[in-house]
Design a protein around this ligand. Structure first.
Ligand code: NIG
Ligand code: FE
Length: 404
């Protein structure tokens, strides 16, 4: 039996759903052929006739699937450090936004930036995430808010996937907030999304899914519904920023449309959690935004557990509410601030994150046939990935079977 590469002698956290917990295989081996996992199991069970072009000894190290950051706003121009200082002095995210700052301040910078500038600044952030073992990342638009700039953002996101060994999944988030030129005619902006921006993104193959921000300061459930109906007509899956700052029935709305995920969810109630469970909608938890906004209402983890809602964890990397470029820090925050178990948190950046992206058929667990994307750690116990703050135990990253 011949493989391109074989890793042996490690603790494999497979995240396979047919195994308990993290699906650990002690003294395990994993082999790749043509970028996929061709064999995985205990070293003792390796076929006798096994050969590989390269054999790597793991010396007991922990191996996980490559990590997946399933919710980011990685592409943007400028920063909002000045607004951070205003918040430190007592202003709120909402008062800053109402005065024309917030998302709209990043919109001004992003509209003024070239695609190349957007790519260059996003790459710096992407490299930090990849250095922590990230092999797949979701990237949203939402700071363009017109046809040209939304497409420019999505093209920049696609370019990231060509420039780096990482899988990029895009979401069209034109429904992030109403741009100033449509302030007095919101319906016309929703119509622009539905009639122009979304169809153009689909034509160019730029959007893998459609997202929206359902919030009193952004879009109402009725407005989100129009955007989601258009997405459905184009055959695109949806996901939703839901119940973050105010309880707006966002979780139920996401479930009603069979959304891949509903995200944030600080103010989701039991009915919302039940609807999500029934729809198989993943709860994407974003502790970076909760932390940076000094929110005091954590998402209802107990309700999600009781209802059987799957939970993912992501950075929400963005210049306003979550200037976080570390998936390992997101792990730490999720166990400290939200009370996830280490197991839940690790499944949340692998298997459940893959589900939130609709890509669990290819990513998110170590199983034969899946992409051979691995994170190999200078650690032996899974808890070490959530334990350190600011220490990165990654030893190597494998993308499609290649050491990178
Ligand atoms: O996920 N909640 C809405 N959107 C972003 C924030 C974007 C921004 O402040 O620039 C979020 O937190
Ligand atoms: Fe977000």
């Amino acid at each position: 039996m011949g493989f391109d590469r074989l890793w042996r002698g490690g603790r494999l956290a497979t995240m396979a759903p047919d195994r308990a917990g993290l699906g650990l295989i002690e003294d395990g081996a994993v082999a790749t052929r043509d970028g996929r996992i061709a064999w995985i199991g205990a070293v003792a069970d390796l076929p006798r006739d096994v050969t590989a072009d390269e054999v790597i000894e793991l010396d007991g190290r922990l191996v996980t699937p490559g990590l997946i950051d399933c919710h980011t706003h990685l592409v943007f121009a400028g920063d909002r450090a000045d607004e951070f200082e205003m918040r430190l002095r007592g202003e709120t995210y909402e008062t800053i936004a109402a005065a024309g700052g917030g998302i709209l301040s990043t919109v001004r910078n992003t509209r003024a930036a070239s695609q190349d500038q957007l790519v260059a600044t996003a790459l710096e952030r992407l490299d930090r995430l990849m250095a922590e073992g990230v092999t797949a990342i979701e990237v949203k638009s939402g700071y363009g808010l017109n046809l040209d700039s939304e497409l420019k953002m999505l093209r920049a996101a696609r370019a990231l996937g060509e420039l780096r060994k990482v899988e990029v999944v895009t979401s069209l988030l034109a429904a992030h907030t109403v741009p100033p030129e449509y302030r007095d005619d919101r319906a016309a902006y929703v119509a622009l999304i539905v009639d122009a921006i979304l169809p153009a993104a689909v034509r160019e193959g730029l959007a893998d899914s459609v997202d929206a921000f359902c919030e009193t300061s952004a879009f109402s459930p009725a407005e989100v519904r129009r955007v989601f109906e258009a997405a459905r007509a184009h055959g695109l899956p949806v996901r939703l920023h839901a119940d973050q700052r105010t309880a707006g029935g966002g979780a139920g709305l996401a479930a009603e449309f069979g959304a891949l995920s509903a995200d944030h969810l600080e103010r989701t109630d039991a009915a919302g959690a039940a609807a999500m469970a029934a729809a198989g909608c993943v709860a994407v938890l974003l502790p970076g935004a909760f932390y940076a906004l000094r929110d005091e209402t954590a998402p209802p983890i107990t309700l999600f557990r009781e209802a059987g809602v799957r939970m993912a964890v992501a950075t929400d990397c963005n210049p306003g509410s979550s200037p976080l470029t570390s998936i390992l820090t997101a792990l730490n925050l999720s166990v400290i601030l939200f009370g996830l178990t280490v197991e839940e948190a690790l499944l949340g950046v692998t298997r459940e994150a893959a589900r939130a992206l609709g890509r669990f058929d290819r990513l998110g667990s170590l199983e034969v046939g899946k992409a051979c994307d691995l994170a190999i750690w200078d650690a032996t116990r899974p808890v070490e990935l959530a334990y350190w703050l600011g220490r990165n135990p990654l030893r190597s990253r494998v993308f499609r079977g290649e050491m990178v």
